[in-house]
Design a protein around this ligand. Structure first.
Ligand code: GDP
Length: 331
């Protein structure tokens, strides 16, 4: 077995911008071993919070142009001398054991850029685990001096909601004229977006992209205003011809300025952290419960009864809790 790095060694490596150590620290945070989790927690506390960072979530169906956009966006922000970390969450990796993000050509140029750090994050075997680990990966990247953190999620499903809770700014990439349903975009996802970006606005597609921009802007204007007062924007871009990229960055900056001026920037992060604490506890509790076979059996029986409307959901939860207390008393 390889000798384990001490927390101080990790901290010193990260502070000095050592990418190998940063990658190792992220692996430590992703590990399911309790001692690794413990050390990752200590490390993050030791490193402390970083200042002046922005966390951006990016989502959209496969093929919408996420990696091409991130490549172009990365080129732009690194040309401004910003350091960028890209964390990709790939929910398919657990199922297929291979990954749809696995092809090496993804973000090829950016991966060679010394100001960029790209890291695919395995989604882990439970959703509850993913968000917690990605949160730690974000904090580690920030401590390593990356000011812009992109969290990319692939596909559609629960992962978007989780990413929304990890980031300051949520960007939804969409194709023009493909129809929301075709793109698997549920209404709720549009409502989470701080901006929608219509991709591939080039060649024959320019007109359609402009039309889609007007339609989506109209749809977003109909949504009730958020507490912060930020009005979600709809933009178009062509990552291939590098059009509209700097406008996305400018929009993100004006969002950040807006949120800071309204006192919402840190407040949103604080709310997210509290939520993360509860989620982490729920996750531990569920894992704890799963250790007792009698609870598992009881849960399955109750599930069937709840499904058949024989027992009410709350009543079933109460019964399971009662058995848990009983098991604890006996152990
Ligand atoms: P992802 O699956 O969302 O990461 O999508 P990719 O970035 O891999 O892009 C999917 C396909 O769309 C690729 O063939 C890209 O070359 C193409 N594509 C991406 N961005 C653009 C663009 O701005 N214009 C055009 N015309 N094609 C694009």
């Amino acid at each position: 077995m390889k000798p384990r790095l001490s927390t101080d060694e990790y901290a010193a490596g990260i502070a000095s911008g050592d990418r190998v150590i940063l990658a190792k620290a992220i692996s430590l945070a992703e590990s399911t071993l309790p001692e690794d989790q413990q050390q990752a927690g200590e490390l993050i506390s030791k490193l402390g919070p970083a200042k002046n960072t922005i966390r951006i979530g990016i989502t959209g169906v496969p093929g919408v142009g996420k990696s091409t956009f991130i490549e172009a966006f990365g080129k732009h922000v690194t040309s401004l001398n910003k350091r960028l970390a890209v964390l990709t969450i790939d929910p398919s990796s657990q199922l297929t054991k291979g990954s749809i993000l696995g092809d090496k050509t993804r973000m090829d140029e950016l991966s060679k850029n010394p100001l960029a750090f790209i890291r695919p994050t395995a989604s882990g075997n439970t959703l509850g685990g993913t968000a917690g680990r990605t949160r730690e990966a974000i904090l580690l990247c920030e401590a390593a001096g990356y000011e812009i953190i992109l969290v990319e999620t692939v596909g559609v499903g629960q992962s978007e909601t989780q990413v929304k809770n990890l980031v300051d700014f949520f960007l939804l990439l969409m194709l023009a004229g493909a129809g929301d349903e075709l793109q698997g975009i549920k209404k709720g996802i549009m409502e989470m977006a701080d901006a929608i970006l219509i991709t591939k606005a080039d060649g024959d597609n320019v007109r359609r992209a402009k039309e889609a921009q007007a339609d989506y802007q109209h749809a977003l204007n109909l949504l009730t205003e958020t507490d912060s007062g930020w009005k979600p924007k709809v933009l178009t871009c062509s990552a291939l011809s590098y059009m509209g990229i700097k406008e996305v960055w400018q929009t993100i900056l004006s969002f950040q300025e807006h949120m800071i001026s309204k006192g919402y920037y840190q407040a949103q992060r604080n709310t997210q952290t509290v939520k993360a604490f509860h989620e982490a506890f729920d996750y531990l509790l569920r894992n704890e419960l799963a250790k007792y076979p009698e609870l598992r059996v009881k849960a399955e029986t109750l599930e069937a009864q709840v499904a058949n409307q024989k027992v009410q959901a709350h009543q079933a939860a109460g019964e399971l809790m009662e058995l848990y207390r009983e098991v604890l008393r006996q152990s």
